[in-house]
Design a protein around this ligand. Structure first.
Ligand code: GAL
Length: 704
């Protein structure tokens, strides 16, 4: 090299080295989000840096293409107030990139550090019984604390400035699994201000809640209690909405900072936890402010019996319904940010998933619209509260048995990713899940036999068996895309919602209203016109009386025959064009011979009301009838034996089927047409597939 050129070379090298050392200097083309992102929670702050690459190499060998880091690392990122140490994280992101992995950064706001909670004890959460949380666990902050929000902005801004242009960072996760709300004085004051903003005057609140009842009348905002006990139904519902808004504000406090500094290609999400059905707050509303939804899927076979969570085996029906519920919050594909590699540590018995089940669980999620699967967690932490939890490598960094299964899925995901890109489940049927209604019924179930989530699943199951795709959506979502909408337990119906539903029907939609419809208004007060409240003029019938059943009651009519169980409503036909399609049998006291279900044409569509919970056989018959009568497409539906789950994703000119066998033995499934075996080398054409227990097939076909 000639002297001046050599000089230039050294100057350039020096400049490059300087860039490498400079915060925020990572450069290069931004990495795209892999079509099927596959990763794990990784905690580099818990391990010597010298061990990072060995961990990352093992991840790469398992086909992982993403790490999620940082969500509990506040004390490592800001060890003292205002002293930020972000270099290690930048080195971790770079180390992952060298192994072909993109990074999702979690903001660490689930775990405020000890210097912070001792200096600002007012940021600590207060439980409903008035006790203030201590440092030493997580989720010990108050979502309502302004000081805490300021501290969150501080760290999030530093992270955003440092990583907002980093080409290897593809997304941000705000906090971790929003869970507990707080009952501290500041939060109570917020509640009062929130009520004042909503109601304007105490008179309006007193009237909406009918506080003359039991002398609850309020003369000052500060008198309104904040409680989840046996309080006024109006108050209880507003508290849930307040908690929802508080989480939204808490989240917005961070998303605003991120959106100011990070490139828009870096998506913002949060990992909504607590199984798909958790309802501490309205998760659809919280999701509305995010770019993509992610949630954490753990064993949910015991959703309705919390003591069973984390124990047992995957219940594909309920797991599938959870995915569909999550997908419904944005009517878009979603990410699973956490899945257990085999087992958790918090079940009543934290048993392991069987051989093959972890992989089948991941594929099952993909079939329902997951575009990302990530495990919690990569490596067993030596200490801390979750030492026993499932991981892919042990504390020694060496693979545990389930690693090989995850690696198999890694190879398969790499093959299937490009085929799945641009596809999503497409459904013409929706089941409505409404938070307001769910809370209203939960505050006063009236019968402990009325399990509203089980009832929702009864509708979902029967409809999905016929269509292989059902969306679960809140009433706020776009309904016009569905031919058939069913709404079990839609208890709270405002005039606005009634108008939206009636418009949907008039425009050609078919709506089936289930038990407990329209009993309550938006303040959780009884609708004066009785059920179905403001929907009554559209339905042309009303509920004369509802009955919590101790014994089944037969019913029969044009819609078939079967039994009313758990709940029955005696209907009264008000308009002459209303058809009675089911009646209760005679000899059944108040219900004898009365209409049990009605149907009416309205505009281009139909509206029906079925006020009873019905047995499974009748529900199957009803689903068959509704699907046939409303013209919901069933072509392409693969008939599968019990326990075999079929999901279909459509887009980019093709359809992709994901078939998972959760039955006890091997099964053979006939395909309606020849399809390409996506996972096999060479992409063989198949007309049937044989699957062992927990076997998976991914099949594709070009759309005509
Ligand atoms: C999740 C949480 C993770 C980890 C995991 C254990 O709820 O987000 O941080 O605790 O549970 O199963």
């Amino acid at each position: 090299m000639k002297y001046p050129i050599r000089l230039l070379f050294f100057v350039l090298c020096g400049f490059a080295a300087h860039l490498a050392a400079e915060p925020g200097a990572a450069s290069g083309e931004p990495k795209p989000i892999p079509p099927l992102m596959y990763g794990s929670a990784w905690y580099p702050e818990q391990w010597p840096e010298a061990e990072w690459d060995a961990d990352l190499a093992r991840m790469q060998a398992a086909g992982l293409n993403m790490v999620r880091i940082g969500e509990f690392a506040w004390s490592s990122l800001e060890p003292a107030e205002g002293r930020y140490e972000l270099d290690w994280m930048e080195r971790a992101v770079a180390a992952a990139a060298r192994r072909g992995m993109v990074t999702i950064i979690g903001t660490p706001t689930d775990t405020p550090p000890a210097w912070m909670t001792t200096k600002y004890p007012e940021i600590l959460r207060v439980a409903e019984d008035g006790s203030r949380l201590q440092h030493g666990s997580r989720r010990h902050f108050s979502i309502g604390s302004e000081k805490y929000r300021e501290l969150c902005r501080g760290i999030v801004e530093q992270l955003a400035l440092r990583f907002g242009k980093n080409p290897n960072v593809v997304a941000w996760q705000i906090g971790n699994e929003y869970t507990e709300d707080s009952f501290d004085t500041e939060s109570r004051t917020r509640f009062h201000r929130w009520l004042e903003k909503k109601y304007g005057t105490l008179d309006a609140l007193n009237q909406a809640w009918m506080t003359a009842y039991w002398s609850q009348t309020y003369t000052k905002w500060s008198q309104v209690p904040m409680t989840t006990g046996r309080a006024n139904p109006g108050l209880l519902l507003e508290h849930k909405r307040f908690v929802t808004d508080t989480w939204r504000d808490f989240q917005r406090n961070q998303t605003e900072v991120l959106r100011r500094h990070v490139e828009p290609r870096q998506l913002i999400t949060t990992n909504l936890g607590g199984l798909g059905w958790a309802n501490r707050f309205n998760r659809q509303l919280v999701s509305a402010d995010l770019d993509v939804i992610s949630w954490d899927e753990y064993l949910g076979s015991g959703w309705f019996d919390k003591t069973k969570n984390g124990t047992g085996h995957l219940d594909p029906l309920r797991s599938g319904a959870s995915h569909d519920l999550v997908r419904g919050w944005k009517q878009k594909n979603f990410w699973v940010m956490e899945m257990p590699p085999g087992f958790v540590d918090w079940g009543s018995v934290s048993n392991s998933l069987d051989r093959g089940e972890t992989r089948a669980m991941a594929w099952h999620a993909v079939g329902h619209g997951a575009d990302c699967i990530a495990y919690w967690q990569w490596r067993s932490a030596l200490n801390g509260q979750e030492q026993y939890h499932g991981s892919l490598v042990g504390p020694d960094g060496e693979p545990v048995p389930v690693y090989a299964e995850a690696a198999q899925a890694g190879v398969e995901f790499a093959k299937a990713g490009p085929v799945l890109a641009g596809t999503e489940p497409v459904s013409e049927v929706a089941v409505i899940h409404d938070y307001d209604s769910r809370w209203a019924i939960e505050f006063n179930p009236f019968s402990n036999r009325y399990d509203q989530m089980q009832i929702l699943i009864d509708y979902y199951r029967a409809l999905r068996e016929r269509t292989q795709a059902v969306d679960i959506v809140t009433p706020a979502m776009d309904l016009s895309r569905y031919k058939l909408v069913v709404a079990p337990s839609l208890n709270v119906v405002s005039p606005e919602l009634a108008a939206k539903l009636a418009d949907y029907v008039r425009a050609g939609g078919h709506l089936v209203l289930g038990p407990r419809t329209g009993m309550k208004d938006a303040f959780n007060a009884l609708n004066r016109e009785r059920q179905p409240g403001p929907l009554l003029p559209s339905v042309g019938a009303r509920v004369e009386q509802f009955y919590a059943l101790l014994e089944d009651v037969p019913l029969a009519g044009d819609w078939g025959a079967g039994k009313a169980t758990v709940w029955a409503e005696r209907l009264d036909r008000l308009a002459p064009d209303v058809e009675v399609v089911l009646r209760f049998g005679s000899g059944n006291d108040w219900l004898s011979g009365a209409p049990a279900a009605i149907k009416r044409k309205l505009g281009q569509g139909t509206i029906s009301l079925l006020g009873s919970v019905v047995d499974a056989a009748l529900m199957n018959e009803l689903a068959r009838r509704w699907v046939a009568e409303t013209g919901v497409a069933t072509q392409g539906v693969i008939t599968a034996p019990a326990g075999v789950k079929v999901s279909r994703r459509v887009g980019a000119g093709r359809e992709v089927y994901v078939i998972t066998n959760f039955s006890k033995g091997a099964q053979e499934i006939a395909l309606p047409e020849a399809m390409t075996d996506v996972l096999a080398a060479g992409g063989a054409q198949l007309t049937s597939v044989k699957l062992p227990r927990y076997g998976v097939a991914v099949l594709s076909r070009a759309l005509p």
